[in-house]
Design a protein around this ligand. Structure first.
Ligand code: AMP
Ligand code: ZN
Length: 725
């Protein structure tokens, strides 16, 4: 019956939705670009595999016999530029962890399989490993050389892009654009810079290497998928899936290799899943914004909540991941299961027309380019409908064969309530009987604090365990979650803002010193817990409870440096805002002197430390009080009104470096001066964010921010103090 709705799929190759017709009647050959196993898969990767899983389940539901292949890349030819530079991620991970490449690959493969099964992703029929298919890759490379598409230089083999006239048909792209200001060095061995490696000569000392007609070496990144698709599925396959970042160069090159070698179409339908984002940026290891399945489990979520979340958006749209949206997904999933379990199972009445209509709508939505959001809404219509219980159950269980939500999972039985929670509850009951309501409320909070909710009803008080994921309900997931008071009047003279990501003792030192020197002044202190450890966050709550001037905001993850500060800027109510890094300790009066500096309307930002520059490329720390080109972020003070004029900080700066320079220059464009007072009584201790970031990571993140800064300000030397003197 489901077969009645033919599948329509959006084909990246034609940019159209097309009716699906298999190469061979009744059979479907499907290939999914799988993981590179030198690290754990993140949720972005898994979103791509979920898309493929829904496609496969739908095809099987329609009666096709599907063969699904997902490769395991266990030789690290991850990115072409890495290959060209001879870098291998599996090897470097192995060196870093003191293991062999085989051990590394085996470990991450095992975890990958477990992650997939936690998300109810059906196991592919084949998981070919790149390292066990090297002879096939060598054969294919030989074929390409024989047919005149490949050429050999010093033990390397390149594919000559100019010989394949259809190159670019998938991506409509011929060569890579410049990535974030990082240029890929030209390879002198290539005839044309568009050419890509099929085989690379092994550098001395390299362990993962194979003998070949061109000497010892290792395969290029793309040849793996061409060779394994052909070996396990044959020369022409029905569906090939991956994330959109695979379109170019990976899939473009795969088409070139396969079609040049076999002289026929490689793939009928190319399907690409859009990215999962975090804080507006692609989830990627290199951005440092990844979540893994284990991160969800640690927070008490079911991994399937993520599956549900992915079903709320079309695979062709970007999806911004937040823990808040995951909480909503987890709640919805539990409610859907609850509806199913509550549906009356005794009724035997037929569903009739209504049931048939909903069934048809559900399968129709899925067949229409995997419209899971629509299918999900039909499932909810069923759950909420007045259909007889048996019909509801039958429909939902039917739908779940594709949805894969374990809708009939047995509800886990609640663990016993600890005795101390029970005795707290008894104490509270007693207080309530004696009308000691404020005390009773305080105990309720204590009960909450240990993860239980006291629910009062006519029949007495029930204790309900609050799952860990639900306990973070009030935490913020982005700076957008707090209201902006920028257009509201001042309520105090000073706002001191402190944003902390790590270092509980350092944070306390900073807060204590700031509170001490704000005493007697009209001031508030805003503290943003930007992903601190839980215990540290709890201590902040205690502080806020004991000092009415302190307000604490908990972020449910590290929002990024700029976003954390934006929480302060939006929520501040002081005429002056002073932001402090937790490395700073206040040793005397700083607020009145900063106010005095800012009384001059020409001064935009005042601070203690600053830098000057001649060319916006190198910066020097300023020694003396006076004008600078940028006030350093350790301590910045400005009139709150200025933020209304300049705007918030640029949240693309997740890492802190250059963020202060960026904002300083923005303030300079408004014609304001930036000044420091080198006599302010403050000291700077070790900067934790810097100290805790490994050297290589620091350099990478710094470079990235530097290029971001340079693109924006590189030509604005006119803003520098040296120019305006
Ligand atoms: P990789 O292990 O980097 O080769 O990625 C495995 C798969 O995940 C590929 O199909 C990628 O296109 C996909 N992918 C990587 N990052 C994301 C993301 N943020 N969102 C969705 N898919 C992604
Ligand atoms: Zn691939």
């Amino acid at each position: 019956m489901q077969r009645a709705t033919p599948i329509r799929a959006f084909n990246t190759l034609t940019r159209h939705k097309e009716d699906f017709v298999p190469v061979e009647a009744g059979r479907v050959k499907m290939y999914t670009c799988g993981p590179t196993v030198y690290r754990y898969a993140h949720l972005g990767n898994l979103r791509s595999y979920l898309m493929a899983d829904w496609l496969r389940r739908l095809l099987e539901e329609q009666g096709y016999s599907v063969k699904h292949v997902k490769n395991i890349t266990d030789v690290g030819h991850m990115r072409q530029d890495m290959v060209e530079r001879g870098e291998d991620k599996v090897i470097s991970a192995a060196l870093a962890e003191g293991k062999t490449p085989e051990q590394i690959a085996a470990h991450y493969t095992e975890v990958f399989m477990a992650d997939e099964s936690k998300l109810n992703i059906l196991r592919a029929h084949e998981f070919p490993h790149a390292t066990t298919n090297v002879p096939e890759m060598i054969d294919l490379t030989k074929m390409l050389v024989d047919r005149g598409y490949g050429y050999v230089v010093d033990g390397n083999v390149y594919f000559e892009v100019g010989r394949f006239s259809e190159y670019g048909k998938l991506s409509r792209q011929q060569s890579a654009g410049l990535e974030e200001g990082v240029r890929v060095e030209a390879d002198p061995l290539k005839r044309d810079q568009r050419d890509f490696a099929l085989w690379k000569a092994a550098e001395p000392g390299r362990t993962l290497r194979w003998a070949s007609p061109w000497g010892d070496g290792f395969p290029g990144w793309h040849i793996e998928c061409s060779a394994m698709a052909a070996k396990y599925l044959g020369p022409e396959i029905d569906f090939h899936t991956g994330g959109v970042d695979n379109i170019f160069p990976h899939h473009e090159d795969e088409i070139a290799q396969s079609e040049a070698a076999f002289g026929r179409r490689h793939v009928r339908y190319w399907m690409h899943g859009q990215h999962l984002l975090v804080d507006g940026l692609k989830m990627a290891k290199s951005t440092g914004n990844t979540y893994e399945v284990s991160d969800l489990e640690k927070r008490g979520f079911e991994p399937l909540a993520f599956r549900y979340l992915c079903a709320t958006a079309s695979y062709r749209t970007r999806l911004n991941f937040t823990l808040k949206s995951l909480r909503a997904a987890q709640k919805a999933l539990l409610r859907l299961r609850e509806k199913l379990s509550q549906s009356d199972q005794r009724a035997t009445k037929k569903g009739g027309k209504e049931g048939d209509r909903l069934r048809e709508e559900f399968w129709g939505a899925l067949a229409d380019d995997l419209s899971l959001p629509k299918a999900l809404s039909v499932a909810w219509q069923v759950a909420r409908s007045g259909l007889p219980g048996t019909v509801k159950r039958e429909l939902l269980m039917d739908f779940d064969r594709v949805l894969g939500f374990d809708l009939v999972a047995p509800m886990p039985s609640a663990p016993a309530i600890p005795t101390e929670v029970k005795s707290l509850a008894r104490e509270r009951d007693e207080l309530r009987r004696r009308k000691g309501y404020p005390e009773a409320d305080a105990i309720r909070e204590r009960i909450r604090g240990v993860g239980y909710e006291a629910r009062d009803s006519k029949n007495g008080t029930a204790l309900v365990r609050i799952p860990a994921w639900a306990r973070m309900d009030e935490a913020i997931s982005s700076s957008g979650d707090v209201n902006s008071f920028l257009n509201e009047p001042d309520t105090v003279e000073f706002t001191v803002g402190i944003v902390a990501r790590r270092g509980c003792a350092e944070l306390e030192r900073c807060i204590t010193s700031a509170r001490r020197w704000a005493e007697g002044l009209s001031a508030e202190i805003l503290v943003v817990d930007n992903g601190l450890e839980e215990a540290c966050g709890a201590r902040l709550d205690g502080l806020a409870a004991s000092d009415g001037r302190v307000r604490v905001f908990h972020a449910d993850h590290f929002l990024g440096s700029a976003a954390g500060l934006n929480v302060v800027l939006k929520q501040a109510r002081g005429r002056y805002v002073v932001t402090l890094d937790t490395s700073v300790e206040v040793k005397g009066d700083i607020l009145p002197p900063l106010r005095d500096l800012l009384e001059d309307p020409r001064v935009g930002i005042a601070g203690r430390w600053g830098v000057t520059s001649e060319d916006l490329r190198s910066f020097e720390e300023a020694e003396a009080s006076g004008d600078v080109d940028a006030v350093e972020g350790y301590l910045m003070a400005f009139r709150r009104e200025l933020v209304g004029q300049i705007g918030l900080l640029d949240e693309k700066y997740r890492f802190y470096r250059h963020l202060d320079l960026d904002y300083s220059l923005a303030v300079r464009t408004a014609g304001c001066r930036l000044v420091i007072d080198a006599t302010l009584p403050v000291v700077r201790h070790e900067h934790l964010e810097w100290a805790a970031t490994p050297q290589e990571e620091r350099e990478r993140l710094s470079k990235r921010n530097f290029y971001r800064f340079l693109r924006k300000w590189g030509e604005r030397s006119d803003l520098l103090v040296a120019q305006t003197r």
